[in-house]
Design a protein around this ligand. Structure first.
Ligand SMILES: CC(C)(COP(=O)(O)OP(=O)(O)OC[C@H]1O[C@@H](n2cnc3c(N)ncnc32)[C@H](O)[C@@H]1OP(=O)(O)O)[C@@H](O)C(=O)NCCC(=O)NCCS
Length: 169
């Protein structure tokens, strides 16, 4: 990435089609059956907490954050995270996550959840949720349910079902 450098920008309404195509190429129609999708269906992601990665003007990656509640506690659900295959393994995924977490923290958010691979997200500060502490509205491999505390101790005492936060979307 010599003269065409990477930029991470907040998502805008104009990005919707390019991101939808990226998700279709990456996850296919099976994405609609995922439990995390059920939550995202119930509340829109926040454009100001969702980011695109660009090389020049080309959109090469995206991450979205959606407001949720865990029991009564407000939190954010991270995902989907996607990077175009030719641009993977260059730190773009990590840069998208870092920017999303930093901006969420700046705005006073305290918890981010996701369903994903611990070996990958563990490097970005996510830890497995103790089994049974939270429940999703559908089947999820418990080992893939991860949480990142943006404030120390933010996950202590938080438990219950995860649902979309309609009021914060
Ligand atoms: C996962 C994804 C976003 C990573 O993007 P990326 O820009 O390549 O990520 P980074 O460059 O920040 O990190 C690459 C590193 O993560 C590792 N990695 C990538 N996916 C991984 C996974 N699922 N589990 C463990 N490690 C993984 C790579 O091997 C590489 O390791 P290295 O740093 O030791 O070489 C990208 O591979 C992708 O879009 N995959 C398909 C969609 C997907 O699976 N999204 C996540 C849903 S849970």
């Amino acid at each position: 990435m010599s003269d065409l450098s990477l930029t991470i920008l907040p998502e805008t309404a104009d990005d919707a089609l390019a991101i939808e195509r990226l998700h279709e190429r990456t996850f296919g129609p099976g994405r609609y059956a995922k439990t995390a999708y059920r939550i995202r269906e119930g509340a829109s992601h926040r454009l100001d907490l969702s980011f695109t990665a660009r090389i020049g003007t080309l959109l090469v990656g995206s991450v979205r954050l959606t407001p949720i509640r865990i029991g009564a506690a407000p939190a954010l659900l991270l995902g989907p995270l996607t990077v175009e295959p030719p641009f993977r393994e260059r730190g773009i995924g990590a840069a998208l996550i870092a920017r999303a977490l930093a901006d969420a923290k700046t705005r006073g958010h305290r918890l981010v959840m996701l369903v994903g691979d611990e070996p990958y997200y563990g490097k970005c500060g996510f830890k497995p949720v103790p089994k049974g502490q939270v429940t999703m509205p559908g089947p999820v491999d418990p080992a893939r349910l991860l949480v990142c505390e943006l404030a120390e101790g933010a996950f202590a005492g938080v438990a219950g079902p995860i649902r979309p936060d309609w009021d914060a979307a």
